[in-house]
Design a protein around this ligand. Structure first.
Ligand code: ASP
Ligand code: MG
Length: 446
């Protein structure tokens, strides 16, 4: 059994959806996980936001826009009057549900219900299209098996149990279609796995079922060695390890949801990244086998704030860092990078919601300062700890750039450097030239 996940742009139009149907139709058993049509989740977020602000008329207008968009989508996807009617029936139930929420006093759980509709729509329409083409498939409702526990973590044993039950009779059905992103929480309420979470749905299903392979289909030829939007000569990587992929996803490579690698690694199921627009391209295979390259790739994460706490009390003391970290715990703000000296500690966060409160709570511990608009440049490699010489190349490349923080040794795969965001482009380009430039040309695979 394989799991194939298609992202929003891969099902972004009737034409794209038809292309996906063609891609999956090879008589091999599979579970197809779909995102919402690209743009839909953002629109649902905006609609829920209007309701949150009490702007009901605005929300109704936003709903009207969505209805119009999907009328066009259905027209293009399903030419036959019979299937158009079926699609209209499915969609009108969804619109009615959203409309009913716009008429009630808004409570936060409604937002989750609204956000879930994007994936419900895309899977229903895809399923109808397959049926219209006489391709046998069955809908596998994610809300019947995808669940998180009290901690908000996926409940793998429940997921497996329910999936096995739902899949127990597979006679005559090669393809199962399910929603990415959406789930229920431990109280059985509709919830989601955070934005971009469809990748996570796919790897959770793949891990639970110990699938042969999890394929994530996007609009790019796999993980590139650098950000192709900024650097000219990038190339897709043929293979990377789970660890390398996780670091790259966390530190800015937009292609993959950061936590989605974990279940696949635990179950040792390979993930293959593929391009819907170029299905014959080999893509990237993520498995326990590393890239075999000294430096695999460079990624950058923007919107980072560096916070420095300077205190004589830190010298030779224990418990100081615990106190500092407890502030971040209190404000539920994850820390990304940390560097310390004997009298100061610097750390970074990427969520400034509670920045002022955090700074206030840190002040009793010492002199606190912070800088926003920083970027983490993350250099990922295979077994960096066994290599020599690579740091010289990195620092040579960054010679003209002031470095705010450097973090190395936290894992064997990553060296991270914090720079002001204004230096990001220069840093990525210089590193690319120094680390990859001489050896490779555009489009070359490794
Ligand atoms: N539709 C959701 C989002 O836009 C989930 C996903 O696409 O992965 O975030
Ligand atoms: Mg995505």
């Amino acid at each position: 059994m394989k799991i194939l996940k298609f992202g929003g742009t891969s099902v972004g139009s009737a034409e794209r959806m038809r292309a996906v149907a063609e891609l999956i139709h090879d008589d091999q058993p599979k579970i197809v996980v779909l995102s919402a049509v690209s743009g839909t989740t953002n629109k649902l977020v905006a609609l829920a936001d209007s309701l949150l602000q009490g702007k009901r008329e605005q929300a109704t207008a936003q709903l009207g826009e969505l209805e119009k968009e999907y009328r066009k989508f259905v027209d293009e996807l399903l030419p036959s009057a019979f299937y158009q009617r079926r699609a209209e029936m499915v969609l009108s139930t969804i619109w009615d549900q959203i409309r009913s929420l716009t008429q009630k006093e808004f409570i936060p759980s409604y937002e989750k219900v609204i956000l879930a509709q994007g994936e419900l729509i895309s899977t229903e329409l895809f399923h109808l299209y397959l049926e219209s083409q006489s391709v046998p498939s069955r809908l596998l409702p994610a809300l019947d098996f995808m669940r998180t526990d009290e901690q908000g973590d996926p409940d793998l044993s429940y997921i497996l149990e329910e999936l096995e039950h739902l899949l127990s009779d597979r006679t005559g059905v090669p393809y199962f279609i399910t929603q990415g992103y959406i789930c229920r929480n431990c109280n059985g309420e509709i919830d989601n796995l955070q934005r971009g979470g469809s990748d996570y749905s796919a790897t959770l299903i793949g891990a639970a079922l110990e699938a042969d392979e999890i394929q994530i289909w996007t609009d790019i030829d796999g993980i590139h060695n650098n950000d192709p939007r900024i650097v000219d000569k990038t190339f897709p990587l043929r293979k990377v390890s789970y660890r390398e992929a996780a670091e790259l996803a966390y530190f800015g490579a937009k292609i993959l949801h950061p936590t989605c690698v974990i279940p696949a690694e635990q179950a040792q199921v390979p993930i293959r990244l593929k391009n819907t627009f170029a299905p014959e391209a080999p893509g990237t295979l993520i498995s326990s086998e590393g890239s075999g390259r000294s430096i695999t790739a460079i990624a950058a994460k923007d919107g980072v704030t560096a916070i420095k706490i300077r205190s004589g009390r830190m010298m030779n003391a224990y418990g100081f860092l615990r106190q500092v970290f407890s502030v971040f715990e209190q404000f539920q703000t994850p820390i990304d990078m940390i560097t310390t000296s004997e009298v100061a500690v610097s750390l970074t966060i990427d969520n400034n919601t509670y920045l002022d409160a955090i700074i206030g709570a840190l002040e009793p511990f010492g002199e606190v300062s912070y800088e926003t608009e920083q970027t983490i440049i993350c250099i990922v490699g295979d077994h960096l700890h066994r290599q020599t010489g690579f740091t010289r190349d990195i620092f040579d490349a960054l010679e003209d750039i002031p470095l705010r923080m450097v973090s190395y040794g936290g894992s064997n795969n990553n060296l991270s450097i914090l720079v002001a965001s204004s230096y990001k482009k220069l840093a990525l380009k210089s590193l690319n030239a120094q680390l990859f430039g001489q050896r490779l040309s555009v489009g070359e695979h490794v």
